[in-house]
Write a protein that binds this ligand. Structure first.
Ligand code: GTP
Ligand code: MG
Length: 471
């Protein structure tokens, strides 16, 4: 006869063994996860600022200084730039790769490049400064955590960029709304004969920019760092500027400042969220985007929202490399099976199955009105184009709910029917198609947006509520 206690005991031992095995394999998993994670942290940096401030030149110089562009290529670009009567543009040609950009000397598409410092792998996103291409700038900024705001110190250029209608202001406000939490303000063209590394000019720019940055919501002490550079010559970029060139600067160079920027850590174990910015066919359907929350690994089952397409992850690529797993903040390409490329639109979100991203056609938001066209008034019925992460959709304001006192940040008592420039207002917004968004308080990156009309940014906002019954 078998002692039943013995059996129970044996079973208990078996169970314990199984639990241990599971724990060990979980530990192995964790260890594998650690191993798979690249040792260096990764940051996306967007270059923003007024047209011709020197964003592409500075980006190109970074690649040159980090040894990714050889002298021969530079000589080739020098010749090409000269042939196009754009002598000084040769450094910008490293980032501006298409013919239109080179002929006109203006970035159109967001340029993308990679470089590394001691501590960090960077993806640089070189946004266009021209006002016609603000939507491209928005897509660049929405992928970044850190911004390099390039300002030209050349006589007259800082002024034009900073004026109303200049892109210095618009870009700062957009960057803040789109989740760029840290800014390096580089005062560029310090070598220019009208500047000649003048401390006075540098101080003037810093003192004019500071109150504006504060007004835009940046904590200047914590989140902003100013520094002087020459992008064209490469001064104060990889190494600190020589005292013989600039006696008064005792702060960091650009590489040091970038290396020292800290951004809030996102949860690699959170629900998976990756807004799709682009897609193509390549042995399956490949989607591109930035992981905003959670992690993705080969073999995962996921869902593409809002069309609820169930997919399997065949492969994950980070930069050029195939990786086993990628976490928040990474720009990735994910190869999927189970969905056709035609069935995905940019703005769709690759999402975990257990906690998929909500999709709605109506939401509540707090808006700040920046500049309405011809000083129009903002009322129910106002139509605009909504930009939220990779989504671009026509929208309509269906109701103004409350006006907020900009000073006290408290709701004002009286009923609100219309507001003007500068107002803060809570309203209901509708779109025609389902969009995947989150409340700002849950996922800031997926809950902040801009409203644009006729190519101009008229308002920036945060999602405060989702109308889930509108799905
Ligand atoms: P968009 O892409 O059109 O917004 O312009 P950008 O900000 O990328 O400017 P880009 O790098 O194309 O440079 C514009 C002009 O400024 C070119 O003629 C550059 O040579 C010049 N430039 C850029 N950086 C410097 C600098 O540090 N010193 C001087 N002297 N000129 C510079
Ligand atoms: Mg450019």
């Amino acid at each position: 006869m078998i002692d039943s206690k013995e059996v129970v005991h044996n079973q208990a031992v078996e169970v314990e063994k199984k639990v241990k095995e599971k724990e060990n394999s979980a530990l192995d998993d964790e260890a594998a996860f650690e191993k798979e994670l690249p040792k260096k942290r990764h940051l996306n940096v967007v270059f923003i600022g007024h047209v011709d401030a020197g964003k592409s030149t500075t980006g190109g110089q970074i690649l040159f200084l980090s040894g990714q562009v050889d002298d021969r290529t530079i000589q080739k670009y020098e010749k090409e730039a000269k042939d196009k009567s754009r002598e000084s543009w040769y450094m910008a040609y490293i980032m501006d790769t298409n013919e239109e950009e080179r002929v006109k000397g203006k970035t159109v598409e967001v340029g993308r490049a990679h470089f590394e410092t001691e501590m960090t792998r960077f993806t640089i996103l070189d946004a266009p400064g021209h006002k016609s291409y603000v939507p491209n700038m928005i897509s660049g900024a929405s992928q970044a955590d850190v911004g390099v705001l390039v300002i030209s110190a050349r006589k007259g250029e800082f002024e034009t960029g900073y004026e109303r209608g200049g892109q210095t202001r618009e870009h700062v406000q957009l960057a803040k709304t789109l989740g760029v939490s840290k800014l390096l303000v580089v005062v560029n063209k310090m070598d220019d004969p009208t500047v000649n590394w003048s401390k006075e000019r540098y101080d003037e720019i810093e003192s004019k920019m500071t109150p504006f940055l504060k007004l835009s919501g940046y904590n200047v002490k914590k989140d902003v760092q100013f520094l002087p550079i020459s992008g064209l010559i490469g001064t104060n970029m990889k190494t600190r500027v020589d005292k013989s060139v600039c006696s008064w600067w005792g702060g960091p160079c650009l590489f040091e400042a970038l290396d020292a920027t800290e951004i809030p850590q996102r949860d690699p174990k959170g629900p998976f969220r990756m807004p799709i910015i682009d897609k193509f066919k390549d042995m399956g359907t490949v989607v591109m985007g930035k992981v905003e929350s959670g992690s993705v690994r080969e073999g995962d089952s996921m869902v593409v929202m809002p069309n609820k397409a169930h997919v399997k992850v065949l492969a994950v690529f980070c930069d050029e490399d195939k990786v086993k797993r990628a976490g928040p903040g990474e720009n990735v390409r994910v190869r999927l099976s189970g969905v056709e490329e035609e069935d995905i639109l940019s703005g769709f979100v690759l999402s975990s199955i257990s906690r998929p991203i909500p999709s709605v056609s109506e939401f509540e938001a707090q808006l700040q009105i920046l500049e309405l066209l011809d000083n129009a008034i903002f009322t129910a019925g106002y139509k605009a184009v909504l930009h939220i992460h990779a989504v671009v959709e026509e929208c309509e304001i269906v109701e103004l709910l409350q006006q907020i006192d900009p000073k006290t940040k408290k709701p004002m008592k009286r009923k609100v029917l219309f507001v003007k420039n500068g107002a803060f207002v809570v309203c209901r917004v509708q779109v025609n198609n389902l969009i995947c968004i989150e409340k700002f308080s849950d996922f800031p990156q997926l809950g902040r947006f801009t409203l644009r009309t006729e190519g101009k940014t008229v308002a920036v906002g945060k999602v405060t509520g989702l109308n889930l019954s509108s799905a």
